[in-house]
Design a protein around this ligand. Structure first.
Ligand code: F6P
Length: 329
């Protein structure tokens, strides 16, 4: 097979490890790999990774020393042309012309939707890998990049806690997650935040202010509040304003971590996940599978039909929401 690999949507730490796994597993299986640069946009523009011999083929050495690097050597993009039929037809035509008979797209829900649209016109096999810090795809315990984003957020929280404690303030720390509270909830637990405002649970400002008053009465001198950018009341600045309007008992400050969370060296969990999934995607293609995402459930690789991966919401574990409540005394 001639397998095309690319990254699409927001980058995520571990994408390079996944590219490396796809390339090495595919070459070991006697296949060729074409690296498509800049996601679907690069595919439409026939922008391929060129190896040291000047050929549009990925060699073993193209993926040397990238396992530990953040970002993606293939670059990435968001491509609006893939929403419309002419773009989808053109992408299929480019793949056909270059003899690419199979694809491994690495990305989040937009990447999967692009692959679903493309498959209407492209007869080749497509097996995608979940690469997004948001952990918002169903059918896999985690997406590549999630653990690193949580680790980055927790490192920032530890620093914010120092200043919060010195000044006896409440800090709102906004993390990414357009539709998902995964990063906010996991980092709240791991970083010792008292409260998490996430899209999955109602954010009740009067109830939070009452909780804060009780904390203050119990002698708590500083508070960290994690806010998912997709909370129904808005981001950290919006919630800060609402807290002030409701006579929050602590002085407040807000910090937005933003794209910091998408960079940096992947943590070992993301590297292992990426290696396992990249190699498994190639194995699935070899076995004739298509139209699915690979994921990991209870430590084992699984195939998830695209429709299931993007249908609905990857629910945050309710027991972890309750655990945070129990810990925030
Ligand atoms: O990759 C997903 C994500 O990190 C979302 O959590 C966030 O809303 C979005 O990307 C930001 O994307 P952009 O890089 O286009 O600003």
């Amino acid at each position: 097979m001639r397998i095309g690999v690319f990254c699409s949507g927001g980058d995520a730490p571990g994408m390079n490890a996944c590219i490396r796994a796809v390339v090495r597993a595919a070459l070991a299986g006697g296949h060729e790999v074409v690296g498509i640069r800049r996601g679907y946009q690069g595919l439409l523009e026939e922008d391929f990774h060129i190896n040291a011999e000047g050929q549009p083929r990925m060699t073993l050495r193209c993926v040397s020393n990238i396992l530990q690097r953040g970002g993606t050597i293939l670059h990435t993009s968001r491509c609006s042309q893939m929403y419309k039929e002419p773009g989808q037809r053109r992408a299929a035509e480019v793949l056909h012309r270059h003899g690419i008979d199979a694809l491994v797209p690495i990305g989040g829900d937009g990447t999967i939707r692009g692959a679903m649209a493309l498959s209407r016109f492209y007869p080749g096999r497509i097996v995608s890998c979940p690469g997004t810090i948001d952990n918002d795809l169903c059918g896999t315990d985690a997406t590549i990049g999630f653990y690193t984003a949580v680790s980055t957020a927790v490192e920032a929280m530890d620093k914010v806690r120092d200043t919060a404690e010195s000044h006896e303030r409440l800090f709102l720390v906004e993390v990414m997650g357009r539709h998902s509270g995964y990063i906010a909830l996991y980092s709240a637990l791991a970083g010792g935040a008292e409260i998490a405002c996430i899209p999955e649970t109602p954010t009740d400002i009067p109830a939070i202010v009452e909780q804060l008053r009780q904390m203050k009465a119990r002698g708590k001198t500083s508070v960290l509040m994690m806010v998912a950018e997709g909370d129904e009341l808005g981001g950290a600045a919006d919630i800060q304003r609402l807290l002030q309007e409701h006579q929050c008992p602590y002085p407040t400050r807000a910090v937005v971590l933003g794209h910091l969370q998408r960079g940096g060296c992947p943590v070992p969990e993301d590297r292992l996940l990426a290696l396992q999934l990249g190699a498994f995607a190639v194995e699935c293609l070899e076995q004739g599978h298509s139209g699915c995402m690979v994921g990991v459930r209870d430590g084992r690789p699984v195939r998830v039909p695209w429709a299931d991966a993007v249908r609905g919401h990857h629910r945050v574990p309710p027991e972890l929401v309750r655990l945070l409540e129990a810990m925030s005394r």
